[in-house]
Write a protein that binds this ligand. Structure first.
Ligand code: CA
Length: 223
């Protein structure tokens, strides 16, 4: 089982990593909300332990954006906030449980196990635009029922475009999200990847989905 911990307090993060690892979980820690959100969106985790007050992007915003993007990974909020308002807000946004700091590790572990016992995501993670279908769990995509032979990076690029359908994405953003690199390193990376992706996704079909927006970047949409 793979857990993502998004927590900026070094001590708490280390404590969680150690305790959860000892209990047989694979643990990835992100210390800020920006990286945490990227990991939560692009990596298949079984559960996310999410702090509320985080640098770059707070836990509310991360959870809201994940659910909006159709990502149903269970989330356990872990936070110093303990007002009724905060608990209700967390649960309304789609958190699965809520634990207030300071907490006992044994209680956290019990809650993690309870959430995981409920089983995987409540909804299958499938995305579609026109006749393009993406099965995120199996990392497979089809166009008009025909399987697309995509590399892992091409799949990640297509997933990013589909999740942001109708929204122009800059090459900088694409490079950061898909390759985790900063754009100034090589602007051609994104162009080449888009060209390859188009040859697989759009060239065989009369209806094009990936469009270039001059001076802006790329957008995926049904026109
Ligand atoms: Ca914090």
């Amino acid at each position: 089982m793979r857990l993502l911990v998004i927590e900026d307090e070094v001590k708490t993060a280390a404590y969680l990593r150690q305790g959860l690892t000892e209990n047989g979980f694979t643990v990835e820690v992100c210390a800020n909300g920006g990286d945490g959100f990227d990991q939560a969106l692009t990596v298949a985790n079984d559960l996310i332990i999410l702090d509320v007050m985080l640098p770059q992007r707070d836990g509310w915003s991360i959870l809201g954006a994940l659910r909006k993007a159709g990502k149903q990974t269970p989330v356990l909020f872990l936070t110093a906030r303990d007002t009724v308002f905060d608990k209700v807000k967390g649960l309304e946004l789609g958190a699965d449980d809520y634990l207030v700091k300071p907490f006992d590790f044994s209680e956290l572990l019990a809650r993690v196990k309870t959430i995981l016992r409920r089983g995987p995501a409540r909804q299958p993670e499938n995305l579609s635009v026109a006749d393009l279908q993406m099965d995120l769990a199996r990392r497979k995509a089809t166009r008009a029922g025909t399987p697309l032979d995509l590399t892992a990076k091409e799949f990640a690029l297509l997933e990013l475009l589909v999740r942001h359908r109708g929204e122009p994405l800059s090459k900088t953003l694409i490079a950061e999200q898909v390759w985790d690199i900063h754009f100034h390193s090589d602007p051609n990376v994104v162009e080449v990847a888009i060209r390859r992706l188009r040859s697989k996704v759009d060239d065989p079909c009369p209806k094009k989905l990936i469009h270039t927006m001059r001076g802006v970047g790329y957008v995926l949409e049904e026109r």
